[in-house]
Write a protein that binds this ligand. Structure first.
Ligand code: IPE
Ligand code: IPE
Ligand code: MG
Length: 246
C-alpha cells in the first residue's frame, strides 16, 4: 500500500507529513548506559534508521531527511569520526537489497567536498544505484549544517550571476532557494528530534521555517516503527496557520 491510501490508514489522517526530518540523537548515551563504546551506539543507530525508513514509507511519507553527521560533528574524537565515516563506506551500498525492497531513493545534502573521497564515491554510487526507486526519498544529511548550506547557496547564486551579462534583479527568497542543496524537495512538514534535547543543532535552518517540531526522550537506537507512526499521528492533529488565521 502506498501513497495517499496508506497515509490515510496509518496516520489516521490525510494530513500525514510529506517530508519528515529526523535529528537522530542519543547513540552515544545509549551505548554508555550499557557500558559499551559510543561507536556501538552508532552501529545500533543504523538498525533504528532502517526500521524508521520502512515505517515512514508505509505511512506514506515521501521524503525523509536523516541528520547523520553535522558540520560541527568534526569536533568529536578522530576515532569516532573515523568510525562514522566507516559506517557510510561499509554499509551504504551494501544495503541495496533494503532500498530495492522498500523502494528507497537515496539523495544527499551537505558539504560533499569536505567529506573523505571514499565517502564521496560511496554517496554518488548509492545515489546512482537507487535513482529508479520512487516510494520514498531518503535524504542523508552528511557533513550538513544549515548555515553552511545557506552560505554555499549564496556563493552558487553569486557565481551564476557572474556568468550572466544581463543586469540582475534583487535577490528573492525563491531565487536563493533554487541554490539550496535540494531545491526540488519540499520544505519539511515535521522535524523530529530523539534523545531528549530540544534544539535544532543547525539542521535545515532555511527549510524549517514552518516545520512542526516533535521531541522524544527516547534515544535513537531504541526508536522503532511505532515511535515514527506516533509522531506522524501527532503531526496529523496539529493546526498549521502559516501566519494566517483559520
Ligand atoms: C547522534 O548521537 C549521532 C551523531 C551525532 C552522529 P550522538 O552521538 O550525538 O549521541 P549522544 O547525544 O552523545 O548520546
Ligand atoms: C545533532 O546531534 C547532529 C546529528 C544528529 C547528526 P548532536 O549530538 O551533534 O547535537 P548537539 O551537539 O548535542 O547539539
Ligand atoms: Mg548528541
Amino acid at each position: 500500500m502506498a501513497g495517499d491510501a496508506a497515509r490515510e490508514t496509518i496516520a489516521g489522517s490525510v494530513n500525514a507529513p510529506l517530508h519528515v526530518g529526523i535529528i537522530m540523537d542519543g547513540n552515544g548515551r545509549w551505548a554508555t548506559a550499557r557500558s559499551m563504546p559510543r561507536t556501538s551506539g552508532h552501529q545500533e543507530g543504523l538498525e533504528a534508521a532502517k526500521r524508521v525508513v520502512r515505517a515512514a514509507a508505509d505511512a506514506g511519507v515521501r521524503y525523509l531527511s536523516l541528520f547523520a553527521f553535522s558540520t560541527e560533528n568534526w569536533n568529536r574524537t578522530a576515532d569516532e569520526v573515523k568510525f562514522l565515516m566507516g559506517l557510510v563506506t561499509g554499509y551504504l551500498r551494501k544495503e541495496y537489497p533494503f532500498y530495492q525492497e522498500v523502494g528507497v531513493r537515496v539523495v544527499h545534502s551537505g558539504n560533499v567536498k569536505r567529506l573523505p573521497r571514499a565517502v564521496q564515491r560511496e554517496l554518488s554510487a548509492v545515489m546512482k544505484d537507487t535513482q529508479q526507486f520512487d516510494r520514498i526519498v531518503v535524504n542523508l544529511a552528511l557533513n550538513y549544517g544549515g548555515r553552511d548550506e545557506i552560505v554555499r547557496a549564496v556563493n552558487r547564486l553569486l557565481a551564476d550571476r557572474q556568468k550572466s551579462s544581463t543586469e540582475q534583479p534583487r535577490v528573492t527568497e525563491a531565487g536563493l532557494r533554487k541554490h539550496l542543496d535540494l531545491p526540488q524537495i519540499p520544505d519539511p512538514d515535521l522535524i523530529i528530534r530523539t534523545g531528549g534535547e530540544q534544539r535544532l543543532s543547525n539542521f535545515l535552518l532555511w527549510e524549517c521555517a514552518y516545520a512542526e517540531l516533535y521531541f522524544s526522550d527516547k534515544l535513537w537506537p531504541d526508536w522503532d516503527r511505532d515511535d515514527l507512526l506516533q509522531a506522524v499521528r501527532d503531526y496529523g492533529c496539529r493546526k498549521r496557520n502559516f501566519g494566517g488565521v483559520r
